[in-house]
Design a protein around this ligand. Structure first.
Ligand code: HEM
Length: 476
């Protein structure tokens, strides 16, 4: 501490007297637009300099934000985090669980938007059943049925030019929701056939994902009165909650939790899984398809692997997925260039030193994974989509990280790290592997439009319609 520089000299935008820095986001001028936080992060990175840190201080009703732009520093902070990591949370979710529907959630409100003892108790009840590799592997048969139905649906929704419809991202939401339902609740929700209840769920999904950015990232008017976005949001959560209560079966991963910890815990877990397990995997699938569609060489390598290794005449098993290293590298590389979540936060619980600056307790440290994983010093030619980076034996010439360094283990952390890391990681990986294997085995996927632009909503998703062209391959 004694050798550290004073917090006040850490680079960052200068706060105005009284208005602090909140006015920047309120006016929404570049680089302070909440929808383009990617640009904000690059701006802060420039202020911080190589390996340094920057801050955004004096925000109304919000702790200061500190951004360390260094993988070694990220490793040091994560490794020292205590047994109950505190992640900054969506205030509207905390409001729903801990104020509005407090009588339902009670002392065990789940994982999302919960901290301290209640989070730790809940996570220890559910962690083993979800995070164990077998939990996701056991889901392969059921998920394969969902994936097959979705790929058949793709064929049906193509237009005469074999292009996917403009709202293909919504189709991916349906696939993701159907998959989480099959895994968590042990049931088919019917999102791919549009049965009556599924239509209601899909309407809620739309409402939920459109209202969250407004509630989270704009001025919190919903605290003063019930704005239309707030009503949509509460309706969606109430519907999801009743779906979880009604559709919990004696199969699925939540059934195991119901046996060990009771139906209430299982229902709350199912709700959390549905809330964060849909837009994340849908965005990851969209970005991987886009990057592969634009990188013919990688698409061909993937298809060679799939042609050689996918089983014919029988259903897939988790062992088949183990035989697909190139596919796994394609997903990792997509999550490196376009991570679904740009940065992951921790509220620090004691005064500490970050990148050589004193940082006071209570500040929110944001690890800007998106910047680190797109930096030349960690990934040579970072904008190029090169899945081989992740395959030790096949790293190709100019994209190779120096041998003695390899890939820094903290330079690309799309699922976070430590005790609070993504509990759905293994499931998401299996789900994505199955979908992409089936799509690229069946189709040559191409992209006829310009470069996609992205927004933070709060996941990092493409703005333009995802009209991929899907031409059947000769093997069909
Ligand atoms: C590509 C897909 C996904 C990505 C990139 C992703 C990323 C993340 C990240 C960055 C976190 C925060 C981790 C941290 O604070 O260290 C997180 C937390 C979480 N994720 Fe995921 N996720 C994905 C898919 C899923 C899926 C499919 C599910 C459930 C079915 C899920 C459930 C959760 C839950 C429940 C948490 C909160 C864990 C806790 O606070 O204890 N995620 N995820």
């Amino acid at each position: 501490m004694s050798a550290a520089r004073c917090y006040t000299v850490m680079p960052g935008p200068k706060p105005l007297p009284i208005l602090g820095n909140s006015w920047r986001f309120a006016l929404g001028w570049k680089p302070w637009k909440t929808k383009t936080l990617d640009i904000t992060l690059w701006f802060l990175r420039a202020l911080a300099g190589s390996g340094g840190a920057a801050k955004v201080a004096k925000l109304f009703g919000h702790p200061d934000l500190v951004f360390p732009f260094c993988a070694d520093e990220t490793a040091r902070i994560y490794r020292r985090e205590d047994s109950m990591p505190h992640r900054a949370v969506a205030p509207c979710l905390r409001h729903y669980k801990q104020e509005l529907r407090k009588e339902f959630f009670g002392a065990e409100p789940g994982l999302i938007g919960v901290h301290g003892e209640p989070w730790s108790r809940f996570r220890s009840k559910v962690s083993k059943a979800l995070i164990a590799p077998e939990a996701a592997r056991a889901a392969v048969p059921e998920l394969e049925y969902v994936t097959d139905d979705f790929v058949d649906r793709i064929e049906r929704i193509l237009n005469a030019d074999r292009e996917l419809p403009k709202d293909f991202l919504t189709e991916l939401y349906k696939w993701a929701l159907e998959s989480v339902g099959a895994w968590a609740l042990g049931t088919r929700l019917g999102c791919l056939t549009n049965d009556t209840e599924a239509k209601v769920i899909i309407k809620c999904i739309h409402g939920f994902f459109h209202s969250v950015p407004e509630l989270e990232l704009s001025a919190p008017l919903w605290r003063l009165y019930s704005t239309p976005a707030y009503k949509t949001y509460v309706d969606a959560l109430d519907t999801f909650r009743s779906v979880c209560l009604k559709r919990l079966t004696d199969k699925g991963v939540c059934a195991q939790i119901a046996n060990s910890s009771g139906k209430k815990v299982a229902t709350i877990l199912a709700l959390d899984l549905l809330l964060v397990g849909v837009d994340t995997t849908a965005a990851a699938a969209a970005s991987t398809m886009y990057l592969l569609a634009n990188t013919e060489r990688a698409q061909k390598c993937l298809q060679s692997e799939l042609d050689a290794k996918l089983p014919t005449g029988r259903r897939m098993t988790s062992k088949d997925l183990d035989q697909l290293p190139y596919l796994k590298a394609c997903i990792k590389e997509a999550l490196r260039i376009k991570p679904v979540i740009l940065g992951n936060g921790r509220c620090i619980q004691s005064d500490t030193v970050i990148s050589g600056y004193e940082v006071p307790k209570g500040s929110h440290v944001v690890f800007p994974h998106y910047i680190l994983s797109n930096e030349e010093r960690y990934f040579p030619s970072p904008q190029e989509y090169v899945p081989e980076r992740w395959l030790r034996d096949e790293m190709s010439g100019e994209h190779q990280c120096p041998k003695e360094m390899g890939i820094h283990p903290f330079a690309s952390l799309p699922f976070g790290f430590g005790r609070r890391m993504c509990i759905g990681k293994r499931f998401a990986e299996v789900e994505l592997q199955l979908l992409l294997a089936k799509i690229f085995h069946r189709y040559n996927v191409s992209w006829r439009y310009g470069e996609l632009t992205y927004s933070v909503t709060p996941t990092y998703v493409p703005n333009e319609p995802l009209q991929f062209t899907m031409n059947a391959r000769n093997n069909q």
